[in-house]
Design a protein around this ligand. Structure first.
Ligand SMILES: [Zn+2]
Length: 164
């Protein structure tokens, strides 16, 4: 019998015209980037929070305090790797992850393959174990006005019975 846990994460970043947009560790050209003390990767931040949540291990702000200069401009893949390490230390491994990016731009469909492959690489799982979806808010709210991007993440982790 396997033991499973789920975790969910949510994050929002304000758009910043002078920054490069980075989602799932991938640079996307031609659209505004995101503010943030790190690289502003809203998708990876939501994912890291989901990983921390799945094993009841605090949250992103606790592990990477925004006021801590060590994390200034840190690549968010480092944050996700750290969260994954907590999952492993708790005796679990990632079964699958599902991301939803919420905003008017960019059109995620054109980048979905690249984003999924990048995620799979960061998480060290098969591409089939990660999903990247996108939605708009029908023009409503901060996302609809193009003021920011939001991301939702859900992960399932499975007790790791391997001895290694
Ligand atoms: Zn964030």
């Amino acid at each position: 019998m396997s033991t499973f846990r789920i975790g969910q994460g949510f994050d929002v970043h304000r758009l910043a015209a002078d920054r490069t947009l980075i989602l799932c560790g991938v640079e996307l050209q031609g659209v505004p980037g995101l503010e943030g003390h790190s690289d502003g990767d809203v998708a990876l931040h939501a994912l890291a929070d989901a990983l921390f949540g799945a094993v009841g291990c605090g949250d992103l702000g606790e592990h990477f305090p925004p006021e801590d200069p060590r994390w200034r401009d840190v690549e968010s893949r480092v944050i996700v790797r750290r969260a994954l390490e907590h999952v492993r230390q708790a005796g679990f491994r990632l079964a699958n992850g599902d991301l939803t990016i919420i905003g008017e731009r960019p059109r995620i469909a054109a980048h979905r393959r690249a984003l999924r492959e990048a995620l799979a690489q960061i998480l060290e799982v098969e591409v089939g174990a990660v999903s990247v979806k996108a939605t708009t808010t029908d023009g409503l709210g901060f996302a609809g006005r193009g003021e920011g991007l939001a991301a939702l993440a859900v992960v399932l982790v499975e007790e790791d019975s391997r001895d290694d």
